[in-house]
Write a protein that binds this ligand. Structure first.
Ligand code: MN
Ligand code: MN
Length: 467
């Protein structure tokens, strides 16, 4: 029997050391994590836009006994409701046993992701090829969106109000679309452009066809041929694009990455990974102590403005409506509430170590990541969770054996970013960011670790079940 040296003993007590979950997790738990991620992958494949995410979430909620929220009804502990905001954002709630004036538990993720939106007048022909013009949505590295298969999702609302759902490019028999790029042989000038300019916004046009309409008397025959096909398929004319929301997203499905299958590759994981884990976490709790309100917001990637973004008032209104039958003000509820802002953080990429500060970076397989503050340039634009609230959340995670780490988004003055946290904090709620570390964030193909995804789910389950 060798005794531990004093130094070793002291080190164990005094020094903080994080460990890769893979080193300690037992085989059964690993299996559970992988199985959980099978459900996550199915969700990701079916939810490639905010509208599709809402549809998927509603489907799951109805299977679990959730009903559309009725603001004139008084709900009892264990009742389950949801509010669908314009088909693009959603709030779900499981009523708790505590009186509502003692506050609620909020978990807020976002279900929009960077993509290419079609312009209001997208269709044009150039040199006998037909294209859609796009305006990119959210922060993207534009060059990443060329030469990959794209699918088209969204709605076309006709003048008479009928809504046509579009989803083309996902099944094996569907065609796909793409943004072409220049061959290297002729790209000498392009290669001299700086990376943000390598592919310009107006160059993100999507190739959609090449066959001309057979008629010698007309011009722009390829455009007409495409419009004629679209008319046959969807019953639309060119003017109907004006009243449409069509989004081009990567057409490839989610896959396991690595010989050990430990990672997940796919589009839209920021932030549908937190949407799915918070949804599943909320569903584990039939009768919470505090009412559990889980939000799936839109428009986070463009700054949370707009009536489906969390800068809007629908969360505030929902809380007020929930509290009204008990003769409690919404603001009283909010002032006593606590929130996990469920969003991803950047995982440390050993290829680009210089953008991180190693002591305060998020690592793959080190668990769910707490982010005390986001922002940039001297914590500009962040809510910065209080020490008291960070302590409370860390305690909950430890109590439920959730493996967690804490990180900043990159090193000081390297860049930065924001989440919905500040908008909820501005309602007088205690908020901290928490979520999954992601490699290649905002790329068409983002990477997460199954163990981190699983720990994030366990974190939301722990919060739901906490007093
Ligand atoms: Mn995000
Ligand atoms: Mn993002």
């Amino acid at each position: 029997m060798s005794e531990k040296s004093l130094g070793k003993q002291l080190k164990e007590t005094l020094i903080m050391e994080n460990k890769n979950i893979g080193e300690t997790i037992d085989e059964k738990e690993l299996q559970k994590a992988f199985e959980f991620c099978d459900g996550y992958k199915t969700f990701l494949n079916a939810a490639k836009t905010e509208r599709e995410a809402v549809d998927q979430i509603v489907k799951i909620l109805e299977q679990h006994g959730f009903q559309p929220f009725d603001k004139n009804q008084t709900y009892q502990a264990g009742d389950k409701v949801y509010l669908n905001n314009r088909g693009k954002a959603l709030i779900m709630a499981t009523i708790g046993t505590q009186p509502i004036e003692q506050g609620v538990h909020l978990v807020a993720s976002h279900i929009d992701a960077p993509r290419l939106d079609l312009k209001p007048r997208p269709l044009f022909e150039e040199s006998q090829l037909a294209f859609f013009k796009t305006h990119y949505y959210g922060g993207i590295k534009k060059y990443q969106w060329t030469a990959i298969p794209l699918s088209l999702h969204g709605v076309i609302v006709k003048k008479d109000g009928t809504k046509i759902e579009v989803n083309i490019g996902e099944s094996a028999e569907d065609p796909v679309f793409c943004v072409t790029d220049l061959l290297p042989h002729l790209a000498a000038d392009q290669m001299k452009r700086s990376l943000p300019e390598a592919v310009k916004g107006e160059e993100l046009t999507i190739l959609i066809g090449s066959l001309p309409f057979k008629d010698d008397d007309i011009s722009e025959k390829v455009k007409l041929n495409i419009m004629s096909l679209l008319n046959q398929k969807y019953g639309i004319v060119e003017g109907d694009f004006i009243t449409a929301e069509l989004e081009a997203v990567p057409a490839f499905p989610v896959q396991d990455i690595g010989f050990d299958r430990s990672l997940i590759g796919g589009y839209g994981q920021d932030d549908r990974v937190c949407a799915y884990t918070s949804l599943m976490g909320a569903l584990t709790c039939d009768k919470p102590s505090k009412t559990l309100v889980t939000i799936f917001a839109d428009k986070e990637e463009t700054g949370s403005d707009g009536n489906t973004g969390l800068h809007a008032s629908y969360l505030k209104y929902f809380i007020a409506d929930l509290a009204k039958p008990y003769h409690v003000d919404g603001r009283t509820v909010l002032s006593h509430s606590q929130c996990l802002s469920a969003d991803v953080n950047a995982a440390f990429d050993p290829k680009y170590p210089d953008v991180h500060e190693k002591n305060n970076a998020a690592y793959i397989n080190y668990g769910v990541t707490l982010t005390k503050y986001t922002g940039s340039r001297g914590k500009g634009g962040t809510s910065d969770a209080s020490a008291e609230f960070v302590a409370k959340v860390c305690n909950i995670l430890d109590k439920h054996q959730v493996v967690w780490q804490i990180a900043e988004l990159g090193k000081v003055d390297q860049g930065g970013g924001g989440t919905v946290a500040q908008y909820i904090a501005n309602l007088d709620v205690d908020v901290i960011d928490i979520g999954v570390p992601v490699l290649s964030m905002h790329a068409p193909y983002e990477v997460t670790s199954k163990l981190d995804v699983y720990m994030t789910y366990k974190a939301f389950e722990a919060f739901a079940k906490d007093e």
